[in-house]
Design a protein around this ligand. Structure first.
Ligand code: GAL
Length: 427
């Protein structure tokens, strides 16, 4: 989707509505689910590690300040991209023991849970708080089914970033990060000759994160989008050649089974030249590792994806059967408020999902991210790994096929497996 941001301008009526509702809900008042007396709330995420926990901690502190009588239980399960958390959550949901709110990606991941009947419709929170024109329309569309909105987006992350250490690149004689994946391979040869690891890559989800961005760079935004709606043939020559490029990139990378932080650290420490990761890396490098953006670490769009924002959005839900609905509504109200988003996002390495947040709070990398996100000529595409483009069933088939691809390196077999799975469960 190509986005025009003018649509999101605040109307006078909406502004008034927001002002009227702000006193009640943005300050944590008014439950609405009969849960006024809730004395606790349990919130489930995968934000525990360095660079992940700080944003959540800022939101929790604000929640506790606003709701002193409500005990907050942080039910985070560690592990980047929620691989472990989603399994733990699935077990709880199956046992009919939902938390009061859980983290979910906008897009097909949300659509899967909506379809499975796991989520309450929270349109009333949008109406009560005057939120409907405070979020990009395309984002609301990604969490709406039959006119009902099901989640509250707290941020926008960018997946397609190539991170590097400017001083180290210079030291190794590299003038600038690569603009194409072929150029990356050329640089990799130079780096290897100097004994430098060209790229650090970690456990499976980080490999697939790299894969989606090699596909994006090699195919371009339109064909990349087509991968997810059936209009680009996975078994076509251009996709096979992009998969072959991915194999070459992996072949010159150091691939481990670690989570994203230790792999990012190699770039910060100058033991690897590049790392492809989402902008939560900014939170890790800037806040946890205390590095300065621009001099000690920097990022550009992954090769071939300049002008494209491969987006994902973390949102929070009200699961059916949530034991403390009133308190969950207070949590969701904080997540959707400008105050909540401006506390959370500068710590999280993401930009606010709301369009009316306070720009002055976003510095360094985040200042450019916000400009790029709000630039009407930016092309927006969605992330596979982070829940935007494939429903849960198809994504799980793609993950299985990737496991085989990792071993046998057969691009055509992988492409055909993804294509077949699309026909059976992806549509
Ligand atoms: C994403 C999530 C981000 C960040 C990342 C690494 O799926 O949306 O907020 O946590 O995983 O764990």
């Amino acid at each position: 989707m190509r986005r025009t941001r003018g649509v999101l301008a605040m109307t006078a009526a909406a502004a008034m509505l927001l002002a009227l509702s702000a006193c009640g809900d943005d300050n944590g008042g008014g439950g609405g689910g009969g849960g006024q007396a809730d004395k606790e709330v349990e919130v489930f995420t995968w934000w525990t590690g360095p660079g992940e926990g700080e944003g959540l901690a800022a939101l929790i502190a604000e929640f506790e300040k606003q709701n002193s009588g409500v005990k907050f239980t942080n039910a985070a399960v560690a592990g980047g991209s929620g691989t472990q958390a989603r399994q733990a959550l699935a077990t709880r949901l199956l046992a009919n023991q939902p938390p009061d709110s859980y983290q979910l990606h906008a897009g097909q991941e949300a659509a899967s849970d909506i379809k499975d009947g796991r989520l309450e419709d929270v349109t009333y929170l949008y109406e009560r708080n005057g939120w409907k024109d405070k979020f990009p329309k395309g984002l609301l569309d990604a969490i709406t089914v039959d006119g009902k909105i099901y989640t509250v987006p707290v941020n926008i992350h960018r997946s397609n970033l190539l991170w590097y250490n400017p001083a180290k690149l210079k030291e190794w004689g590299i003038a600038a990060p690569p603009k194409t994946w072929s150029e990356f391979l050329t640089q990799a040869a130079t780096l290897k000759a100097k004994g430098v690891k060209p790229m650090s890559v970690g456990q499976t989800w980080t490999q697939m994160h790299l894969l989606e961005n090699v596909l994006l760079g090699e195919l371009g935004a339109d064909k990349y989008k087509g991968l997810w709606n059936g209009s680009t043939d996975w078994a076509g020559a251009d996709v096979i050649s992009a998969l072959d490029m991915f194999k070459q990139v992996m072949a010159v990378s150091e691939v481990t089974t670690q989570d994203w932080q230790p792999e990012a650290k190699k770039v910060l420490d100058g033991t690897a030249a590049y790392n492809v990761m989402g902008d939560w890396l900014d939170a890790y490098a800037g806040r946890d590792q205390k590095k300065t953006y621009g001099t000690e670490y920097a990022s550009v769009a992954t090769p071939g994806s300049e002008g494209v924002y491969n987006f994902l959005s973390d949102s929070f839900t009200l699961p059916k059967g949530a034991p403390h609905k009133g308190a969950a509504e207070k949590w969701l109200t904080l997540c959707g408020s400008t105050a909540g988003q401006d506390l959370f996002n500068p710590q999280k390495g993401s930009v606010p999902a709301r369009t009316d947040a306070d720009k002055s709070k976003y510095k360094g990398y985040l200042e450019t991210a916000l400009k790029d996100w709000q630039n009407s000529s930016t092309t927006i595409v969605g992330s596979l790994v982070h829940g935007v483009t494939a429903n849960n069933a198809w994504k799980s088939e793609i993950e299985k096929a990737y496991g085989v691809f990792f071993q046998d390196k057969d691009s055509m077999k992988f492409a055909n497996a993804v294509k077949t799975a699309y026909s059976s469960v992806g549509k």
